[in-house]
Write a protein of this length. Structure first.
Length: 257
């Protein structure tokens, strides 16, 4: 059912409101029979999109409210989160940064509500990857990430005025099984292997030279660093709130009179 403006050819054109057989509803602008321009689309499952359309697809700036309470506000291209946007997850976590084909991709900032930890750095296809900084209340880690885990050399910077340098090592598991695979996968969490504690130094991620050993500080630094990545392990659960339960919006034009 459609109530709105039409052009001389009888196409939906201008402002209009459509009630779909599946229970969805669209109220907004049309061009030559397609949703194009500003509009509001309400899904029967409780989801709602408010923003720009182009030929029946979300395109431009828009806000999508998901049934689980999560929300995305930002750029859309061809029905995909693409460009720059802010996603607030159902658990209160937030991601602000770049998107590519519906995934976090590029540079972004992820804030964990429960712990207050902040990840600032690279993303590839939804996973934390590349050079990054993981910030905590009284210390931070600088290094590289791969598939959501820290890898290789890095350092912890403590607010008390010192740094702990070291390297993340993946523990070997089931060598017999790994030999049968072309690229063995490491299921265990990476282990932090500390090398030394120094005064604050300038961080150079590529080819960092090991600073001269400084005065060893409190032994508790190694104990702190062994637990700092607990929030990152929760990152894999966050996307459960991003599942769109959208009906096919193209059904709207099938019932045009």
């Amino acid at each position: 059912e459609y109530d709105g403006e039409r052009n001389s050819e009888g196409e939906r054109h201008g402002r209009g409101k459509a009630f779909l057989p599946n229970g969805d509803m669209y109220d907004g602008e049309y061009e030559h029979g397609f949703r194009s321009g500003q509009g509001t689309y309400r899904f029967r499952n409780g989801a709602c999109y408010i923003g720009k359309y182009l030929i029946n697809k979300k395109h431009g700036r828009g806000i999508f409210f998901y049934p689980d309470g999560s929300k995305y506000e930002g750029d859309w291209v061809n029905d995909q989160r693409h460009g720059h946007g802010v996603y607030t997850y159902a658990n209160g976590d937030t991601y602000t940064g770049e998107w590519f084909n519906h995934n976090r991709h590029g540079q972004g900032r992820y804030i964990y509500k429960d712990t207050g930890a902040i990840y600032v750095g690279g993303w590839v296809n939804g996973n934390q990857e590349g050079e990054a900084e993981l910030i905590y209340l009284n210390h931070r880690f600088r290094g590289k990430f791969l598939n959501g885990n820290p890898v290789g050399r890095g350092k912890y910077i403590f607010d008390i005025g010192c740094e702990q340098h070291g390297e993340y090592i993946h523990s070997e598991q089931d060598k017999g099984e790994a030999e049968e695979e072309e690229e063995p996968s490491f299921l265990g969490a990476p282990k932090w292997q500390a090398s030394e504690i120094t005064k604050l130094t300038l961080w150079t991620p590529h080819g960092e030279k090991t600073p001269s050993p400084g005065e060893a500080s409190q032994p508790s630094l190694q104990e702190v660093s062994s637990e700092v990545f607990s929030p990152v392990r929760d990152e894999g659960e966050e996307d459960e709130g991003s599942r769109e339960e959208e009906e096919n919006p193209d059904q709207e034009d099938q019932g045009e009179e």
